[in-house]
Design a binder for this molecule. Structure first.
Ligand SMILES: [Zn+2]
Length: 172
């Protein structure tokens, strides 16, 4: 049986200090996880947050200083009459967060005309090229399982881009 050291002896102090350090270390690690603002968020919530920031990034990219609806060409600005419209839609689709697959679109084309896809395609070819459009179309039925960690990483990138674009465009 291990001999207990009387309180206050150097050996016991050493052991206590070691234990304290270990506890402190464990606590720090736990806190740093909790400090992560996404620590308690579910994967589905992360999907929603990431998609929202992706869409904001797209609207700023295309129409931050004013621009045109990818389908009908109507003048729109990032914060007025503007949606980020997917060429190939789908919540589980592999192209959900693909920058070539999403562009600023007026609300009428996006919601009322369900994406106004025919005109979208014509202008998308002009914007990104036929090859890219065909590549997107070839992935039409691809479904991907995205991990929560991937959403967190992508979201961080989108937030960085939003910050950069806003600064560049002088948007507060
Ligand atoms: Zn439109």
């Amino acid at each position: 049986m291990e001999q207990a050291f009387p309180k206050g002896t150097p050996k016991q102090d050493q052991m206590t200090r070691k234990k304290d350090r270990t506890t402190a270390k464990a606590k720090t690690k736990k806190l740093s996880n909790k400090k992560n603002r996404y620590y308690y968020k579910s994967k589905d919530t992360m999907r929603v947050i990431t998609a929202k920031n992706f869409q904001l990034m797209i609207r700023l990219r295309d129409t931050g200083n004013g621009g045109h609806c990818i389908s009908c060409g109507r003048y729109i600005t990032w914060n007025s009459n503007c949606n980020a419209g997917h060429y190939i839609p789908g919540r589980r689709n592999a192209l959900l967060l693909n920058e070539a697959n999403c562009h600023s679109q007026c609300i009428h084309c996006n919601k009322v005309l369900s994406g106004n896809v025919a005109e979208y395609r014509v202008n998308l070819i002009k914007k990104v090229g036929l090859e890219k459009v065909l590549e997107l179309e070839s992935k039409k039925n691809d479904v991907v399982q995205i991990k929560k960690e991937t959403f967190v990483t992508l979201n961080k990138y989108f937030l960085g881009e939003i910050k950069r674009l806003k600064k560049e465009l002088g948007i507060r």
